[in-house]
Design a protein around this ligand. Structure first.
Ligand SMILES: Cc1cc2nc3c(=O)[nH]c(=O)nc-3n(C[C@H](O)[C@H](O)[C@H](O)COP(=O)(O)OP(=O)(O)OC[C@H]3O[C@@H](n4cnc5c(N)ncnc54)[C@H](O)[C@@H]3O)c2cc1C
Length: 372
């Protein structure tokens, strides 16, 4: 069920932290913002008590959507900060031992540590199961060697959930999840300049030593943990872009009511008002898909991979259209640097690529159709 108090709390928190969010340095993690999100209580509400949070129950896809939608509407910077903290730490919460959850996810929930999720490699993006970063046996532990690319919050993060190959030539069945400390010897990284609302970078691992208690879940079962995490997150990517699209639609409605052309407000031209009617309808449909998928995840339904793919696909494609139409309705003014819509137009692009491109979401849906 959608918790309206949680949505209001998230909106109020984003407004309160607006100046801290704006003061962040380009390409660097805004630690003050993350601490603020924790001190205001929002971040801990997304983590169970056993993982340093304040939730009575386990993680909830619906609550994650509620928070991301509310933040997406108010502040994409705060939204991204919450998204990456949870994406980076949830594999520990979902797949780690109680000791690992408390030790590694706890500081993330409290805003004391910055998290990241490291799956993608230069030669393994959509085909994530082709990842090659090696985990070689070293006594009781492992040595990690290889490269990760396009990792949100890298190279500043303190805690990486990192997926590495433990069995060569075994595809998805030879991948293990690890927790890696940001200050580990042999770990280095560089920032990438990308069209994105958050810092992102590349990581080089040169024989990074990890102990057996830094393995998350079972050896060679890490890919499943990565996919479980993405099934949980994909509806919430939809939630975040719904928030952004709603902000764009509201701006377009206000503008169409005030802006005059040919002696009347432009909302009186059907060419304008019907475009907005169409976008509002698609947005409602996207919202229904997003929350249905999140509820299915929380119930533990079997068909979550398909539903979560549908939610992400439809919501991200729709949000891009809504923001584009909102710009069209505004005319040139929306393209001025610093305009809300100019900002949203840049922000809405990456979600159609990360956590699985739109094409791979269609592939997941198609595979499910033909399996049944
Ligand atoms: C802003 C941003 C943040 C990110 N953050 C993270 C992060 O925190 N952690 C992380 O691990 N990764 C992250 N990524 C990486 C992201 O997950 C990958 O970019 C994504 O999975 C796509 O991989 P790729 O870019 O290598 O594209 P490719 O895999 O090279 O794909 C290129 C094109 O081919 C298409 N394609 C490939 N295979 C198929 C197929 N089977 N069927 C149809 N079409 C196909 C794709 O859809 C795409 O259009 C981030 C990316 C961005 C842009």
């Amino acid at each position: 069920m959608i918790d309206r108090d949680l949505a209001s709390e998230a909106e109020a928190t984003a407004r309160k932290l607006a100046s801290i969010a704006a003061a962040g340095e380009d390409g660097r993690v805004n630690r003050r913002l993350i601490r603020g999100l924790a001190e205001e209580g929002l971040l801990p509400r997304l983590f169970p008590r056993r993982a340093g949070g304040s939730r009575e129950g386990e993680v909830s896809a619906v609550d994650l959507c509620v928070v991301r939608e509310a933040l997406g509407r108010e502040s994409t910077l705060a939204e991204n900060a919450v998204a990456i903290q949870t994406l980076g730490a949830y594999p520990i919460v979902l797949g780690g031992t109680p000791e690992q959850a408390g030790r590694y996810a706890g500081p993330v929930a409290r805003g004391e540590a910055v998290a990241a999720f490291a799956l993608t490699e230069p030669e393994a993006g959509t085909d994530a199961a082709a990842l090659a970063l090696r985990a070689d046996r070293d006594g009781n532990g492992y040595r990690l060697t290889g490269t990760k690319a396009f990792i949100s919050n890298a190279p500043d993060a303190d805690v990486y959930t990192l997926f590495a190959r433990t069995t060569p030539d075994a595809g998805a069945k030879g991948i293990t999840a690890f927790v890696v400390n940001g200050d580990a010897k042999g770990l280095s990284g560089t920032s990438l300049q990308l069209l994105s609302a958050h810092p992102i970078g590349r990581l080089e691992l040169d024989g990074v030593v990890v102990s057996a208690d830094q393995v998350l879940g079972e050896v060679d079962h890490g890919f499943r943990l990565a996919m479980r995490t993405l099934d949980l997150f994909r509806p919430s990517v939809g939630g975040s872009v719904l928030g952004m699209a709603r902000a764009a639609l509201d701006a377009a409605i206000a503008h169409a009511s005030n802006r005059k052309a040919f002696g009347r407000p432009i909302k009186e031209f059907q060419a304008v008002s019907h475009q907005l009617a169409e976008m509002a309808t698609k947005l409602e449909a996207a919202r229904a898909l997003v929350y249905a998928a999140a509820e299915a995840y929380d119930r533990g339904d079997q068909d979550i991979a398909r539903r979560s793919a549908m939610a992400k696909l439809f919501a991200t494609e729709t949000a891009q259209q809504v923001i584009d139409v909102a710009i069209q309705v505004h005319g040139a003014v929306a393209l001025e640097r610093g305009h809300l819509l100019e900002h949203l137009y840049r922000e809405v692009r990456a979600p159609r690529i990360y956590e699985g491109t739109s094409e791979i979401q269609r592939e997941i849906i198609a595979r499910d159709l033909f399996r049944r």
